[in-house]
Every structure is written in C-alpha cells, then in structure tokens.
Ligand binder design. Structure first.
Ligand SMILES: C[S@@+](CC[C@H](N)C(=O)[O-])C[C@H]1O[C@@H](n2cnc3c(N)ncnc32)[C@H](O)[C@@H]1O
Length: 197
C-alpha cells in the first residue's frame, strides 16, 4: 500500500463521516474531475484529501489553485507536497469568507470531492450557494457521487440542488475503474437569479 493510501485509510478510520471513502480517488475519476479546469484558469478544489485530484489539477497549469480541506493533517500534507497550491484548513461551508480573504472573488472551476451523501440538507445548500456565487459565468463545477450510495436521500438531493443552482447539468457514465465506482456531475452556467439555500 502506498504512503498516501495508508494516510487516507488512517484518516478515514478517524473521521469516516467526512473522509467518506477508504481509498483516494483513482486516476480515471481524478482526470474527469480535473477536466473542468481550463488551462491557466483559476481553480478551487474542495476536499483535496491526500491530493489524488490535486495532482491532476496541477497538470492543467492553473494560474491559481486554491484548496479548502477541513482535516488539518490532510491540509498540511497537501500544502507540503504542492507548495504552489494555496491551502486553507476550513469547512467548505465557510467558502464565502475564505474566498474573500484570498481576494479571489470568482474562479473558473470548482472541483469538489466533498461527501454530499453524508451531509445534512442545510450544509449542502450553503455550500452549493457559495460554489454558485464563486464561479464565473462560463465556469464549470465538477463533483462526484458513489454509485452504491445514489439511492440515499442526501445523494438524491444533489442533482436536484445542482439543477436549482445551474442551467446545465450533465452526468457522466459510471467510472467503473474507480473503487468504489462513481458518476461525475458537471454543472455550468450558474443561475444568478436563484440561490440554492
Ligand atoms: C472522499 S474524500 C476525497 C479526497 C480526495 N479528493 C480524493 O478524491 O481522493 C473527501 C475529502 O473531503 C474532505 N471534507 C469533507 N467534508 C469537508 C468540508 N465540509 N469542508 C472541506 N473539506 C471536507 C475530507 O476531509 C476528505 O479529505
């Protein structure tokens, strides 16, 4: 087992409700998620964990790469491994003030690994509204859901919330190569007249 996989598993055992998976995202899932980031754009990553998706976002050579991670050990790990990533240890529900502090009013892409299926509705709505507000008009938001948990009410709420907050929402084919298999939601054109919260 790699060092990152060991760290990930240890953090899952410490905080299963937030880490939400026993292993980091695989290469294919990470590539699809990072595909939202335009070359040299400003990227905001939510929940980088041990950096599986971070690494693929770096391949897009973002002009700025901001990351919000609630777990202090994982936030330190990402900051150490990718010194060019601006990491803040905070809850994504605090995204508005975090972006203000960064002086990054709008970003070109938001790439989220947050465990929506384990979040209460109020938290989902707060984060979705902050993501919606953070994106430029032609920005893109990608996030994923594990197939085995799609039946859970909070997971079923996610596509509904996305359609409230964005004009265009697409769902990828199942990424079977990931453990566990997942689908990626890709949302564009944030609505400016409707808030998700
Ligand atoms: C399923 S893991 C994904 C990690 C990594 N991006 C990957 O794909 O391998 C979810 C990550 O989101 C973080 N996280 C969970 N809830 C969060 C929140 N409310 N705000 C910020 N980060 C959060 C967890 O600590 C964990 O690192």
């Amino acid at each position: 087992m790699s060092h990152d996989a060991r760290v990930f598993l240890r953090e899952f055992l410490r905080d299963p409700a937030r880490v939400a998976a026993v292993a980091p995202s695989g290469r294919r899932l990470s590539q699809v998620l990072a595909g939202a980031v335009p070359r040299r754009g400003v990227a905001l990553e939510l929940g980088p964990g041990t950096g599986a998706v971070t690494d693929h976002i770096r391949h897009r050579e973002p002009r700025r790469h901001l990351a919000v991670e609630v777990n202090p050990r994982l936030a330190r790990l990402v900051a150490r491994q990718w010194p060019d990533v601006e990491v803040v240890c905070a809850d994504a529900a605090e995204l508005g003030p975090v972006l203000d502090a960064w002086g990054a009013a709008r970003v070109d892409a938001v790439v989220s690994s947050l465990p929506w299926a384990l979040m209460p509705e109020a938290q989902q709505r707060t984060i979705m509204t902050a993501v919606q507000a953070a994106l430029t008009d032609d920005g893109c938001f990608t996030t994923y859901a594990y197939v085995h948990a799609l039946w859970m009410p909070p997971a079923r709420r996610l596509p509904r919330l996305l359609r409230t907050a964005f004009t265009h929402v697409a769902v990828s084919p199942v990424v079977w190569a990931n453990v566990p298999p997942a689908v990626v939601y890709r949302a564009r054109a944030p609505r400016r007249d409707v808030r998700a919260d």
